[in-house]
Write a protein that binds this ligand. Structure first.
Ligand code: GTP
Ligand code: MG
Length: 639
């Protein structure tokens, strides 16, 4: 496969009899003019390594005396580009270009209506054409004026060239233009009539500019331009060359160069200039480096590199993933207030096709008082998304231009973690993101409990009057014995004692919630525990909500404390979401239990404080052993 994702290029020569098609091919191959020519040259294939663009190229002749109309139609369908040949000394042959050949090609290869792509995603664009005036040795001067009106009229004509099979003038150029028309087509980039880039091309270049403008000041500095140059072409520019570029832009635009460097308008101007000077390949190289396909859509491979997540495994960010996201946050937090306001968030996601995070953000992750995500909130939201939908994360990272040296895709940003629930190993868990399911019958206070993770009391939720819109997932970074962990909570309604699906059960820690003021509430939770969790190794914490109102005696075989002791789970945790009563210890407990799933209070019997003291000793030892995770996340603790 060639460097542009193409297997090969097929060039077909058409035109009236005697214009010199066969001679052109033979001259190219033997580098001398053949005195005697057969009606038709055999198909020849030029190997990749001797073509300028390193793609195998087939050259196909057509002869009306030997071939039929059907042969012609078939060859036109197979071709990637057509060289329409006329003889410069034969006006009839030029006339036939507009009267016969161009209409014929339009009927056999009609242009598509939308963006060069059919509904099935196949190519249906008009075939590119090179207009070739042969026998230029017979004219004293070039006569391009006669063909310019034709070129202006037919957008599919990429280039006109005058050449001579006899003197070999412009022969290899003609085949090079043909190859280039296929590999670096003009149509997706540029509208010749308007002398302007297409909207799609501008959109792509705007995204590239935004990615390269690392400090987000709206200009590309010398360092940013050089990083861009290095990434696209593998070379950097000397100061002198940079100054030359800026001078060209200054001369032609009013706002192309600002005090901090090349502006977006200057960047777009440069690409327009490349194309106008026939240097499409420069713009195409840039576009392809940033993931665009021939239709200027981000290619599937670029958006979704193959990532295998085996059953029972989860996805979170790697150290380089974190580093990229933190750098983006810092770049876009222009006012340095430690949070991204609406404009800052929009600017961060401007390279993406849509704004991925909605209004509900402040009910999902920690924000400042204005509801804007802090660095911790931002990381929590990314972690939540990556846990639930890693495909989406990969897509966004691609749009945002995630690349690290040596890797061409975003997989190095992602770590696939193994589930560590089974086996009862006492080893420390190296994962950083854990999912807790908050399960209980409707109305016991699960949503309130989830919102409590964000420090929101019931009074704040009531006044916001948003019950129905509150998200089912919340996320927050917590410190577990000096290590940064991200706890995700999923609000799960258990409508009956046997209503949970396997997905609703599968989690790193289960938090079963009952209403301490309702004497029948614990029974539901006890049944859920017995049916779904008693036989698993998933750590379980039972939470008694509405604790401030005073717990009532439960109508069940055992009181909650007895039940927990019997089943060797931690004693029920009394929880209140009232202002002044809300505490974060229960969430730290959940994060701890999910990080150290092998720990069970049954190792000790008796009172709960002894259990937790023992846990602290165990955890402190574990913390001392492994520091990798803590180090990678340390930066978050400052946010
Ligand atoms: P068909 O196969 O009949 O369609 O013709 P063709 O287009 O293949 O033309 P061909 O190569 O057979 O050339 C036709 C005549 O033009 C021959 O006598 C060639 O020698 C002559 N000829 C081809 N190229 C040139 C050229 O560049 N200059 C001059 N002066 N004569 C040329
Ligand atoms: Mg011929």
């Amino acid at each position: 496969m060639g460097p542009f994702g193409r297997q090969d290029v097929r060039i077909l020569l058409l035109g009236e009899r005697g214009v010199g098609k066969t001679s052109l091919i033979l001259s190219l191959v033997s580098e001398e003019f053949p005195d005697v020519v057969p009606p038709r040259a055999e198909e020849i294939t030029i190997p990749a390594d001797v073509t300028p663009e390193q793609v195998p190229t087939h050259i196909v002749d057509f002869s009306e005396s030997e071939q039929t109309e059907q042969d012609l139609a078939r060859e036109v369908q197979r071709a990637d580009v057509v060289c329409l040949v006329y003889a410069v000394d034969d006006t009839h042959s030029l006339q036939q270009i507009t009267e016969r050949w161009l209409p014929l090609l339009q009927s056999l290869r009609p242009a598509s209506k939308e963006d060069g792509e059919s509904q099935s995603g196949e190519i249906v664009s008009a075939i590119p054409i090179i207009l070739v005036g042969n026998k230029s040795d017979l004219l004293e001067q070039g006569n391009m004026e006669s063909v310019l009106p034709i070129m202006n009229h037919y957008a599919e004509i990429e280039t006109c060239v005058e050449c001579s099979a006899r003197t070999l003038r412009n022969i290899s150029e003609m085949f090079y233009y043909a190859q280039k028309a296929v590999l670096h087509p003009t149509a997706p980039l540029y509208i010749a009539e308007d002398r302007e880039l297409t909207e799609k091309c501008k959109r792509a270049l705007r995204r590239i500019f935004a990615i390269c403008d690392r400090d987000g000041d709206g200009s590309l500095s010398d360092a940013e331009l050089n990083a861009f140059q290095q990434r696209c072409f593998g070379t950097s520019l000397q100061n002198r060359a940079l100054e030359d570029v800026r001078n060209v832009v200054r001369r032609h635009t009013n706002d192309g160069v600002g005090s901090n460097g090349l502006t977006l308008s200057g960047f777009l101007f440069l690409h327009r200039l490349f194309i106008q000077r026939g240097r499409h390949e420069t713009t195409w190289t840039v576009l392809r480096k940033f993931g665009y396909d021939d239709y200027l859509n981000l290619s599937r491979d670029y958006l979704h590199p193959p990532l295998r997540v085996p059953p029972g495994c989860n996805t979170e960010f790697s150290a380089s993933g974190w580093a990229f996201l933190v750098q983006l946050f810092e770049q876009h937090d222009k006012d340095k207030d430690g949070a991204l306001n609406t404009q800052e968030l929009a600017s961060l996601f401007s390279p993406c096709s849509i704004m991925p995070w909605g209004q509900n953000l402040k009910y999902s992750v920690p924000t400042n008082t204005q509801g804007w995500p802090t660095l911790k909130g931002y990381m929590a939201q990314w972690s939540l998304m990556t846990y639930l939908d890693v495909r989406r994360t990969c897509e966004l990272l691609a749009y945002l231009g995630y690349h690290t040296a040596g890797t061409d895709n975003q997989l190095s940003a992602i770590t696939v973690t193994k589930a560590q629930r089974s086996g009862g190993s006492k080893k420390r868990n190296t994962r950083t993101v854990f999912m807790g399911h908050v399960i209980g019958p409707p109305g016991v206070g699960k949503t309130t409990f989830c919102q409590g993770l964000l420090g929101r009391t019931i009074d704040e939720i009531d006044t916001s009057n948003l019950w129905c819109e509150l998200p089912r997932y919340v996320a927050r970074q917590l410190s577990v014995y000096g290590q940064s962990k991200i706890l995700l909570l999923h609000d799960v309604d258990a409508l009956g004692a046997d209503s949970l699906s396997p997905q609703q059960v599968s989690c790193d820690v289960a938090c079963l919630v009952y209403d301490a003021t309702d004497e029948h509430s614990f029974e539901h939770v006890a049944r859920l525990y017995l049916k779904y969790f008693a036989e698993t190794s998933i750590p379980v914490l039972i939470v008694a909500s509405k604790w401030e109102s005073g717990p009532v005696r439960q109508q069940y075989l055992q009181q909650p404390e007895t039940f927990c002791r019997k089943h060797r789970i931690p004693p029920p945790h009394g929880f209140s979401a009232k202002a002044g009563r809300l505490q974060s210890d229960v969430y730290i407990k959940l994060a701890t239990m999910s990080s150290f799933p092998s720990w069970r209070p049954s190792m000790l019997s008796g009172n709960s404080s002894a259990i937790w003291i023992r846990a602290v000793v165990g955890l402190a030892a574990a913390t001392a052993l492994g520091l990798i995770v803590a180090r990678t996340i340390r930066r978050l603790n400052i946010g």
